[in-house]
Design a protein around this ligand. Sequence first.
Ligand code: ADP
Ligand code: MG
Length: 679
Amino acid sequence: MFIRDLTFSITKIKGIGKVSALDFATLGVECASDLVTLFPRTYDDRTVMTSLADLPPEGGTVNTAVAILEHSHYMSRSNRVLKITCRDLNSGRNLYLHCFGRAFMENAYPVGTSWFINATVTRAKGGYNASAFTLGSSEESVGIGRILPIYPLSGSLTQKTVRKAVDTILSNTYIRFDDELPEYLMKKHGLMHTDEAIRQIHHPSDRHSLERARRSLAYSELFYMEMSMMRGRKTTQKPAESPKASPLEKKLLASLPFSLTADQNKCLDEIRRDLDWGHMNRLLQGDVGSGKTLVAWIAALHEIAKGGQVAFMAPTELLARQHAENASALLSPLGVNVAFLTGDVKGKNRGYLLTALKKGDVDLAIGTHALFSRDVSFRNLSLVIIDEQHRFGVEQRDELMKKGTKVHTLMMSATPIPRTLAMTVFGSMDISTIYTMPAGRKKIITHIVDEKNRERMYASIAVEFSRGHQAYFVYPRIDDEGDSDLKDVTSMYTFLKEKYPDIPSALIHSRLDEEEKIRILDDFRQKKLMYLVSTSVVEVGIDIPDATCMVIEHAERFGLAALHQLRGRVGRSSLQSWCFLVYYGNPTQEAVSRLKVMRESNDGFTIAETDLKIRGPGEFIGSRQSGFLRLKIASLTDDVELMAEAREDAEGLLADDPGLIKASNCMIRQLLEGSVQPS
Ligand code: ADP
Ligand code: MG
C-alpha cells in the first residue's frame, strides 16, 4: 500500500479518544496516513552518555547514572517540595532533583540506590538542578541508547501519547509501505525504501540512518511538488533561433543613450519566444534599478507591433503616474498611443478613455487595478504587465486574466527571491532574472550609525546638498493606527529644519491625499525641494536620479527586504550614493546581523538568501503565498540542492513522457492525481 492508502480514522487507534482526536486534528492529523507523516520536529539523542562535566554553561540534557545521597524538603508557594540530592557517577558531581508534587519519589528512590537518569539540567551558583527528569533501573527505561522522536504537540497531547499512537500503526504487521518513486530515481539518489524510511524517521537506529531516511522522504516530497506544479504547465516546442525584434523595438533601442545589459537581452529573448511561439506566464525579477521596466516596455512594443493592446498595472496611483510619464516620453515619439487610467479618472475623460480602449485606439494603457474594473474592456488585449506583483492579491490577478482570452502575462518583482524559493512560489510560472545592474552604477556606501553619533552624518549630507544632490529621511511606521509615528516624523522634520535652515524640504506621509503627494514628488523631482522626510515605506518605485542620501531611522526595526527596498531609492544614476542606517539603544543580535548584511552587500539576491536563512521561508514569503509551502519534511532553506535535483528529475521525466503513460511512470500519475495541486 501507499502511505495515503491508510485512510482509517485515528479514532480507531487504541488510546485515542475524542479529546486527543481533536488535539490531533489541530495538527492536521485525522487519519492514519496523517499520523505516519506527522514527522518529529526534532530528536532527543540519547545514544551517548553525557555527564554533568559535559554540560555547557547554559545547561542542557544529560544521560547518566546517579546514586541517591539524601532526601530533604523545602517550602515553595506553600507546597512542600521533595529535594533529592544525588551523585553523578560519571563525573562525581552532585545533582539536585526537585520533585514538585511527586512526594512518592521519596519511597521509590531510597538513599543508597543507583539509577539511570535522563534530566534537563540548569546551572545556578548552588550547583546543578533539575525538575524535569526520568529515573529508571535500566538504560532502555530512560531511553538511553535511543534517539527519541520529539513530535509537534497540541492541546493536552504528550510525547508519550503521540509516540504510542505512531507505534501502534507501525507495529501492525499488515502495514507495509510501497515505494513512491521509480526505482531508477531511488538508485540515482541512494534513497531508502519508503517503508524503511518511515520507520527510521519515527525510530531512528542511528544518526546516519536518520539522515538518510529524512533525505529520502524529503526528496520524494519535493519531487511530487515539482511534478504537480510542472504538469500544469504547457511546454510547447519552440524553434531554436531567437525571435526577431520588431522595427518599433529597434527604434526604441536606437533612441537610448545606452545599450541593454546581457541579462536584459537574455530576458527579452525569453519573453519574445513566449510571445511569438507560446503562451507567456512569466515572472521578471531583478533588483530595484536593474532595468526591468525598460524590458517591459520593449515587450509591450513587441505586441503593439503585432496590433495587440497592452495593459500595465502598478500598485499605487503614484507609481502608475510615474510609469505613464516615462512611457509617454519614451514611446509616444514612436507613434504609440499611451493612456493613463486610475480610479481618479472620472466623468467625461473616463468615458473617452473607455471608448478608445474598446475601439483599440489605445495601444498601451497604464494604471492601477482600476484598469480592470468591470466597465473597462479592450479590443485586443494581448499582454498584461504587472509591476510589483507581490502587492496584488491573487483575485486581482485573476480578474485581469479574464479580460482577454489568451492574454500573455508578465509580472515584475523587485523583491529578489532566492532561486529555490522562486521555483516553489512561482513554480507554475517561468522565471527570467536580471542579476547584474547596468554598467556605471556605483556601490551605495552604507554606514551603520548609532543614534547618539548622528552629527557626522548630517555634516556629510550637507556636503551632498551643496553639490545639488538630494536626500530622503525615513522614519518607520511604528504602528498603523496610532499617531505616534506621525508625531515622531513631525518632530524629526522640525529638527531637520533647524539643522538645515536654508534647504527647502517637505514632509510626506500616508495621511496626505494623493494629489498633495504627487505635487510634493513633482517638486522634489524638479529640485524645488532638496529632501523629503517620510513615514511611509510605500513608494518604493520612486525614481529620482539625483537623490544620493538615504537616512533610515530606527533601522533596527526594519526587515532586510524593506531596508534593501528603501536603500534602492538612491544609487539610481552614476552618482555615488550613501545610505545611513540609524539605530537606537541596544539592538538584538538578529537586528545587528541584518544591519551588517546591509553594510556588506548591495546585491538583492545575496540579501534575500541571508534573509531567508534568518527568517525561514514562511515568514519570508508572507502568509498570502505560504500555502505553497506546506511541506512536511523537506526544508526550503536546507534542501536547496535536493530541490534542484528533484526539479531536474521532474523536468526530465515530463519531457520524456509528458502524459506519464509509460508503465514505469504509471504509479507517479496515480499518486499525482490523488494529490492536491497548489492553486
Ligand atoms: P527597475 O524597473 O528594474 O527598477 P528601471 O527599468 O526603472 O529599473 O531602470 C532604472 C534606470 O536605469 C532607468 O533610468 C533606466 O532608464 C536605466 N537603465 C535601464 N537599463 C539600462 C542599461 N542597460 N544601461 C543603463 N541604464 C539603464
Ligand atoms: Mg521598477
